[in-house]
Design a protein around this ligand. Structure first.
Ligand code: SAM
Length: 244
């Protein structure tokens, strides 16, 4: 059986709704533990980030199983984790049980200027265009002045993955480089949406109408979380932005 397939119009509309997005991630976290361990490249990156930064309050925004929250907690940070998947938060409550909050990235229940660091790891590319921008503005709001936002998003330079999604998915009319595919998630076939970012686009998205300034951007190579792309290596942008 083909692991990726074309979605129907109904799938395309439904994947953009909050409920369907939430049930996709619930299914992922209820059936696989792929996102429990950090890859070698990510561990290396987070270790160097931890060494460069002064410890403070950190938000793992879209934390899933809270594998990243746990990493920083163990290194002396005060950590919070937020997400919209209840199954993910269940796993998280075993891995890193304190300060876990059910909240969407565009509406965080924190006062402004609260966090020293926000990690937004492999979340933004799964959100619809309108909500992506709102989520970045919200992250900028809750970040302290001189605080750091660290983002990881799917790169359009990952030609292999891009062509797989282009070939097997449907591109959204109002959001170029965003594809919806039907994909095996755990033991079900479900619609899944992914946006592929160019370098300029992610910089613009982070800086426009926020107080953020991008100070560093590079590519990281990591295994995919999903069955359909065969656990192969994918390329992501890592971007660091400082709140001015
Ligand atoms: C690929 S997983 C990454 C999880 C985690 N950041 C990590 O790297 O282990 C994507 C996560 O984003 C979460 N997510 C998707 N849309 C979200 C939104 N609008 N607000 C908050 N979390 C969201 C999903 O529930 C899922 O846990």
């Amino acid at each position: 059986m083909e692991k990726l397939s074309k979605p129907s119009q109904k799938d395309i509309q439904s994947v953009q709704s909050h409920d369907v997005l939430e049930s996709l991630w619930n299914q992922e976290f209820a059936t696989t533990y792929e996102l429990k361990n950090l890859s070698e490249s990510t561990l290396k990156y987070f270790s160097s980030l931890n060494n460069r930064l002064k410890k403070g309050i950190l938000l793992d925004n879209g934390c899933g199983t809270a594998r990243i929250k746990k990493f920083f907690e163990e290194r002396g940070w005060t950590c919070f984790g937020s997400d919209i998947t209840r199954e993910g938060l269940k796993v998280a409550s075993r891995l890193s049980p304190t300060n876990l909050i059910y909240a969407p990235a565009h509406d965080l229940p924190f006062k402004g200027d609260f966090f020293d660091a926000i990690i937004f790891w492999r979340v933004l590319h799964n959100i619809t265009k309108k909500v992506r921008k709102k989520s970045v503005i919200e992250a900028s709001r809750v970040l302290k002045k001189n605080g750091i936002l660290v983002c990881c998003v799917q790169s359009k330079e990952d030609k292999d993955t891009y062509s797989k999604y282009k070939e097997n998915g449907i591109e959204l009319d109002d959001d170029p480089n965003t594809f919806v595919v039907n994909q095996v998630v755990g033991n079900k076939v479900m619609p899944y949406m992914k946006h592929f970012y160019s370098k300029n686009e992610i910089i613009k998205e982070l800086e426009e109408n926020t107080h953020l300034e991008v100070v560093r951007i590079k590519i990281i190579e990591e295994k995919s979380g999903f069955e359909a792309v065969g656990r192969k290596i994918q390329k992501y942008w890592i971007i660091e932005a400082i709140k001015q």
